[in-house]
Design a protein around this ligand. Sequence first.
Ligand SMILES: [Ca+2]
Length: 300
Amino acid sequence: MSVLNYTHMGETPLLADDLALVDLFRTKSEWIWTKELTTPPASRANEQRAFRKTFTNTRAANAQPVNATIIIAVDNYYALYVNGALLHAADPKNNFANALIYKIPVYHDKLVFAVRAINSDDGGGPENPAGVKAAIGIASEGSPSTLYYSGKDQTFLGETLFGEGWEKPDYDDRSWAPAIVQNGPRFRSTWVSPNVPTTANHATIDPSAFSQSDAGTKGYVPLQTGQVIGIAVGTFAVGALLAAVVTYLVARHRFLNRPVRPVAPQREIQPVTLPSNQYSIITPFTGATQSQVTMAHSHT
Ligand SMILES: [Ca+2]
């Protein structure tokens, strides 16, 4: 199974609609983690934890979710997936002091936001603060956005030992426990409020990639403009190719059945071929290579 990747399109300034989510992140969201044997907010260094937040659209068909915005900061860094597709590869250069914002189109009625959070040995010792702080906004057609935030919302699930496919939408997370708020004695002095950028990272993905690799998410999958053009070009090219073949066959038939005239010059009829780029259906760009970080001491 190939790895699904979002394709990053660049940064754009935040819109007025984003301010409510930014405010939620700043004022309501809290640092969450899995329940540990250590005293919160500490967790063992060089270990990773997995978190999942599931959204299921229960509104009418005319209120389909159309895009999502995610604000996230992690102590210390993270990989982020939406419906199994990698949106942000684990990057040790990230840190808890600086949040990042992502904006993506969505194509399904069920959305699973999955975070693999890594607590590194950042000078804080073998047990040091670990946490995920996030706010998620899901905009739907013709209805108010749905907003989530880590903390009091107990629907963020966490797990210490997680198996293959843990980030996939239909992964069975029923044994996962609600993530806990990291409000131990060191909490207030540990984290300052992370910086929130004024721009969002826009990313996109070919919706057909989901149906090819993960049949679990059943939902509408609208065609993007590029695909419609691709299919149109492809259909036209196939039609042109068939027309060329028919022309050739008709001509060949006439040639073979022509009256025999020994003195007539030989005619050579060549099949008409189209340049390859005229009948290959445009393949949508499927994304960049991910750079995964392998933890040396995971699951210990
Ligand atoms: Ca840490």
